[in-house]
Design a protein around this ligand. Structure first.
Ligand SMILES: Cc1cc2nc3c(=O)[nH]c(=O)nc-3n(C[C@H](O)[C@H](O)[C@H](O)COP(=O)(O)OP(=O)(O)OC[C@H]3O[C@@H](n4cnc5c(N)ncnc54)[C@H](O)[C@@H]3O)c2cc1C
Length: 568
């Protein structure tokens, strides 16, 4: 008989597996196994026990017989090469049951098997118990790195936050200004207009709008346009790392769909500089002359609309002398239509009330693009409060393009007198006849007095004795003191009985009256243009040092000197 170790057959599934295996290996034994199962599984069926015993005996006999026949088969068996391996009948079942012949080791953990329905979720005994068991954290490679990764992320974020919110805040404070004298800011060319082969108008806009936030808060202080001074910027030619100075103008081109499509030339406008305008988005215009072999002018003018320029500034080239009217009155900004310019109705009353002398007339001698600095002053907010004689020299008429119109308007509102000296018309060329003698300044501030004294000292020839030096200094002081007194006397002379100031609708209406008034003679001369022109009008500047040098030329011949002439 084959020993059926039913004790090892623990579950139904295992018994099925066992039967399957047996069936595959010993199909002849299946009936016996079935009997044995029946006898094991049906203990109540005692009646069948006898029958089973007899069957046992039968099976013994059958097994013997079978073994014998197997022996015979074994002898006759001549397997094909592809046939399965021969099965060893003697030890097959036992080998299977023993499996790996390992000693029996009882399981330490008791695993309860139950066919009961489980309780409600999280309420049955098993769940309650298992929930209490602290599950061991699974430590993987990633879980070990997570704290390090998190620390690195927090650190990087911290560094970034500090940089952006604190360090960059300071940098931005600089960058937030439209211009910086120390670093180049990028501007994009938004329009380019050719006046003639040599003269162009180039409009630029800042590429960043950050500067506006700080400018809005302190517009009075931060606006770049201030007619109290003449200033320029440097434009970089990055290929050869060279910079040249150019004078920005508070002008821009008004574009529309028609002008963009090329149907019409855009209209040149003056930046309003009013409360809402706020420097009109940082726009500025350059009036540039192209030199055939000029490094930077060619570079700028070869650029197209949309290209960028790197600009650094502002660099103040000249500041007008202080005048007490500055504390009480600001001249209204020039507008592109004279009828839009406000009248200075209260000006006379203010002068009378505060006993303020007249503002000195200025003679401005310009050649070509050298006119740009005085245009900047006249078009900016807080323009010069006095009258300006603009002596403009050019090869031919029309070099100013659309700006000519504005100069005409400035004449109409009695702010300037434009005297053109055109080479094509030799009669008009600038000569000594066009230059007046210098007048005494109507007001000399303490600061200016000291400056003049310093200039006088530096120009006194070294050969002069100390006595002469002292004398000349004293005479200068006396002169200045007399000048101030004269100015005051003059002011008192024009004092009129108090009357209501006449109302003028605009500057144009006011100019009808003021145009008839005689302007004070010029007490200050400014010269700007190519070196040759400056030399002709006022004597050359010291090329190496850029110092003013002595006043010679046309102005020198008329008695002008370093105290009342400035070469730009
Ligand atoms: C404060 C200020 C404001 C200015 N504003 C303006 C402005 O608004 N618009 C404007 O167009 N210009 C302005 N300029 C002039 C401008 O800065 C440049 O000088 C001008 O554009 C020429 O520069 P460039 O590099 O093109 O030519 P450069 O290469 O400097 O040459 C200019 C010309 O000089 C000649 N030249 C150069 N070197 C010598 C030399 N060693 N000897 C003899 N000849 C020489 C060249 O042949 C050429 O014809 C201003 C200058 C200053 C100082």
């Amino acid at each position: 008989m084959i020993p059926l170790r039913t004790g090892f057959i623990k579950s139904r599934s295992r018994s099925v597996a066992f039967t399957k295996t047996l069936f595959l290996r010993q199909p002849a034994l299946l009936p016996q196994i079935r009997c044995r199962f029946l006898s094991d599984k049906s203990p109540d069926n005692a009646a069948e026990d006898g029958k089973a015993d007899s069957q046992k005996n039968d099976s013994k006999a059958l097994l013997k017989k079978d073994t014998a026949s197997n022996e015979v088969q074994k002898k006759d068996f001549n397997p094909l090469p592809s046939a399965p391996a021969e099965f060893l009948r003697d030890s097959g079942i036992e080998m299977l049951l023993k499996k790996d012949n390992k000693p029996y080791i009882p399981k330490l953990e008791y695993k309860r098997e139950s066919f009961e329905y489980p309780g409600l979720p999280n309420e049955d005994e098993f769940t309650k118990y298992s929930n209490k068991i602290e599950k061991r954290k699974q430590v993987t490679r990633w879980t070990r790195y997570i704290p390090k990764i998190l620390t690195a992320v927090v650190l990087v974020w911290g560094v970034y936050a500090v940089k952006v919110w604190y360090l960059d805040a300071d940098e931005d404070a600089e960058q937030n200004d439209l211009l910086s004298p120390l670093e180049f800011h990028k501007f994009v060319i938004t329009h380019k207009q050719k006046i003639d082969d040599e003269h162009y108008l180039v409009e630029v806009m800042p590429t960043s709008s950050q500067w506006q936030y700080s400018t809005y808060a302190h517009y009075e202080r931060k606006s770049i346009w201030d007619g109290d001074k003449m200033w320029s910027v440097e434009i970089k030619q990055p290929q050869i790392m060279v910079v040249r100075s150019y004078t920005p103008l508070p002008l821009y081109f008004l574009k529309s769909s028609r002008t963009r499509s090329g149907e019409e030339e855009p209209l040149l406008k003056v930046i309003d500089n009013g409360e809402k305008d706020m420097d009109h988005g940082g726009v500025m215009l350059f009036y540039i002359k192209r030199y055939g072999d000029g490094e930077v002018s060619r570079y700028i003018l070869d650029k197209k609309v949309g290209d960028e320029l790197e600009i650094r500034g502002p660099h103040v080239d000249y500041t007008f002398p202080f005048h007490p009217l500055k504390q009480h009155h600001t001249r209204p900004t020039f507008r592109d239509l004279p009828s839009k310019i406000e009248a200075e109705t209260l000006l006379k009353g203010i002068k009378r009330e505060y006993d303020i002398p007249e503002v000195d007339t200025v003679d401005f001698y310009a050649a070509g693009t050298g006119i740009a600095p005085i245009l900047q002053v006249l078009f900016s907010r807080n323009p010069y409060r006095g009258f300006v004689n603009v002596h403009y020299s050019a090869r031919k008429d029309g070099e100013l393009g659309p700006m000519d119109r504005f100069l005409f308007f400035l004449e109409k509102v009695d702010r300037i007198k434009l005297i053109k000296h055109i080479d094509d018309n030799p009669k008009t060329r600038l000569s000594a006849n066009d230059v007046t003698k210098p007048a005494q300044p109507l007001y000399v501030s303490q600061q200016r007095q000291e400056n003049i004294a310093q200039i006088q000292e530096s120009t006194i020839p070294a050969s002069e004795s100390k006595k002469d030096e002292k004398l000349s200094r004293e005479s200068l002081k006396k002169r200045l003191a007399i000048l101030e007194g004269e100015g005051q006397k003059q002011e008192k002379k024009i004092e009129a009985p108090k009357e209501h100031a006449p109302y003028f609708e605009n500057a144009l209406a006011q100019a009808k009256i003021t145009l008839q008034e005689v302007k004070p003679p010029a007490a200050l001369s400014l010269v700007c243009g190519p070196d040759g022109f400056v030399e002709y009008v006022a004597g050359g500047k010291a090329l190496e040092t850029g110092e003013q040098g002595d006043v010679r030329g046309l102005l020198g011949s008329k008695g002008w000197d370093s105290t009342n002439v400035f070469k730009l």
